[in-house]
Design a protein. Sequence first.
Length: 303
Amino acid sequence: MASPASVRFICDILEHIGMVNFQVKPIREDWKAVLWQLFGYFQHFFVILFMISNLASTCRSIRHVPEFCQRLFESCIILMGFICTQIAYHRYEDIKSIVHFMETSLSNANKEIANKYKKKANITLFAFLLTLVFASAANLSDKLHPLSEKDIAELKIIYGTQNPERRHYVNVWIPYVDETLSWHYAVIHALECWPILIAGASFYTIGVLILTTITVLEGQYTILRTYVKKIGQQHTDIQGNTVYYTNIERNKYIVEPINKRTSSVKAKLQQREYQRQLVYEKLYFRQVLKFHQKLVILQTKVR
């Protein structure tokens, strides 16, 4: 399934850039590992500093309600990205475990159901990604849209800057610094790209993981339901042969051909076959229970 693979890909990127899984408990002589760990902590500190700067900038606009509402919405998105970054950092091993579970342990016993929910998961992933792209494009378009003289005058009063028409992708406030001056504007633009990309990647990872897990569980429970309905029934294939499931998660079973023996022989073996059927039903129920427990484990991992 493409969705878990995309989550694993983003997780690997976050690990390679030192945002997650950088606490390797380095040996004192291993200065590279020490520097890598310090770099990881610095990145988290930088993201927190960026978020605080954005919130401070939002508070400056409280005197103008329309501007404040827009900036508050922006700050909420930044805060959600920061929360997702912390989830990715603190629950990294759990996220990798969930992705590995979905890639290796899901049942494809019913190909029709599995393909249906695989398609649904990919459509959900595409819709989520498209939403993020459109939201980012809308924000960028708003920042690039020319302002009227009235708007420029209002922003100059609100933020106290010389060139309020120069707007950053995300508003920030740095004490005693005019963020709209030429070289300040360029440096801030360059610096804010990094935390925005990190927050966006983390938000994408957590969002896709949640949406994919919901869709995967829905599909797996649909497959499980088909086997639950067969409890207490005789299991047969398309040709009418009796089958005995050895692994319902992989749709593996043993076929027993239709018995051609005489009625007298059948009568002698009837009791033995009945006892064997009881034993098989217990084994079959255990397989259903094991399948259900595996799905419960996946649900528990997501919590």
